[in-house]
Design a protein around this ligand. Structure first.
Ligand code: 5CA
Ligand code: ZN
Length: 425
């Protein structure tokens, strides 16, 4: 599928500063700067049944910083993002609203693209739909069945395709690496599994946590040819295992998403990928954006407590004020969206723009200012994506420029704010 359009990114002078981020799997800060110059980034994309809210926006802006910092560091970034364009929540919403699930998905994907472009999030190199990935899922699940790593569970109501031998599950007892992404205990896993798309009580599973790989076709549900498996459709996690394997290979630098994906999604997609490759690791680091809420509750499509990027845009809010409001929070801290935050960001954007005007209309009197501001922004961002710290550096520059135009530093600083923070002044 074609992704949205990217804006150009100015190239900056100056020394490379390798990125350090917090890896959920090891619980430690880790440097992610591949020596061979090729960086692989997989970020879990949307399930397109409702519009982009501030939680999604925070996630994609966070990983946009990773993309921008790697590029700034001279790396070639292979950024892959999926879109879950067939799955339970999408089918349920389409049914509820009496629309075709394909139309619902297409409409929401188009709106998501508009939102991403407005927020100046750089597009992935590969944007891949779950539906596009089905042939790879089928081969993967066939392989897991053939090696005995996966097993069939008969469908009680009977599958539509008489050739189907049932739903297919991964046998977690054969996967020693299971648990290494989240580091969670079994009770912690059990506590959320059912709420996050799992089916612990499905009769016939060997272990309550075994993930669904292939769902045999049921009456009234969309299905695709499944080879030896019979007609059906893939489970959720296998989509991200096979898309990452195809476009990034058996291992890559970083898998990202919201914190709600730590378990089961990232745990299961990694376990499944390792079952396929025989390796003991998938991504080298797992990075998670903390949940963004509204009035203290997690913002979620299922709860309906949403602040939508598209709605604010329609109300005339500058998308870069939204981006700046998001950058004002560190990705590892939970926070709740407020109108005051947006007002403050709008004011900040105006101050930065005023400083940019001065900078662009004067020749830098003092080039040390330029080097210092750019180095400081890079230092903050490469230190575990400290975007609030980077915003403070730019605030200090804007304040200094307001009282003394010799501190403006010329257009290089304005370009650095664009390249590193994605804020075009
Ligand atoms: N399609 C799957 C991933 S394969 C999915 O989780 N889709 S989603 O539409 O529910 O979420 C899209 C991305 O936004 C995911 O990375 C998810 O973790 C993140 N996300 C969802 N809600 C929030 C929130 N309230 N705060 C921060 N990130 C969120
Ligand atoms: Zn995913």
């Amino acid at each position: 599928m074609k992704a949205w359009n990217s804006v150009p990114v100015p190239r900056l002078a100056g020394a490379v500063q390798p990125l350090r981020v917090f890896d959920t799997a090891t619980g430690q800060l880790t440097t992610v700067h591949p020596e061979d110059g090729q960086a692989g980034l997989y970020v879990c994309g949307i399930t397109p049944y409702d519009a982009t809210h501030m939680g999604h926006a925070a996630t994609y802006v966070t990983f946009d910083l990773v993309n921008r910092l790697w590029r700034d560091g001279g790396l070639s970034v292979n950024y892959v993002q999926n879109v879950t364009d067939v799955d339970e929540p999408l089918l349920e919403r389409a049914e509820r609203d009496g629309v075709a699930w394909q139309d619902l998905a297409a409409g929401e994907i188009a709106l998501f693209f508009e939102d991403m472009e407005a927020l100046r999030v750089l597009a992935p190199r590969h944007y891949v739909g779950a539906v596009e990935g089905i042939p790879d899922d089928v081969s993967a699940v066939e392989q897991l069945v053939a090696t005995g790593a996966a097993y069939f569970v008969p469908v009680p109501e009977g599958a539509v395709d008489p050739a189907a031998r049932g739903d297919v599950y991964l046998d977690l007892s054969q996967q020693p690496g299971f648990g290494s992404v989240s580091g969670w205990t079994r009770p912690e896993m059990m506590a959320v599994f059912a709420d996050r798309g799992g089916d612990p009580d499905r009769a016939g599973k060997r272990d309550q946590l075994d993930p669904l790989l292939w769902r045999a076709a049921r009456q009234g549900e969309p299905s695709w040819p499944g080879g030896d498996l019979g007609d059906g459709r893939p489970g959720w996690h296998i989509e991200c295992s096979t898309i990452a394997l195809r476009y990034l290979g058996a291992t890559f630098q970083l898998q990202g998403g919201g914190k709600d994906l730590t378990f089961p999604h990232h745990e299961m997609s990694a376990t499944q990928a390792c079952a396929l490759t025989g390796r003991n690791a998938f991504a080298q680091a797992y990075v998670h954006q903390a949940m963004v809420g509204l009035e203290g509750e997690k913002m979620s499509k299922s709860k309906g407590n949403l602040v939508l990027v598209s709605r604010l845009r329609r109300q005339g809010v500058d998308p870069l004020a939204i981006r700046l409001a998001l950058l004002g929070h560190h990705y590892r801290n939970e926070w709740s969206w407020t109108d005051q935050d947006l007002e403050a960001a709008t004011e900040r954007l105006a101050q930065w723009r005023a400083a940019a005007q001065v900078a662009q209309s004067t020749t830098p009197a003092n080039t040390d200012v330029v080097t210092q501001v750019i180095t400081d922004v890079r230092t903050r961002l490469t230190d575990d994506l400290d975007s609030p710290g980077a915003v403070e550096v730019v605030d200090a520059w804007a304040n200094a420029t307001a009282s003394d135009s010799s501190q403006a530093g010329g257009s290089d600083i304005v370009e650095a704010i664009d390249a590193l923070l994605g804020i075009k002044l």
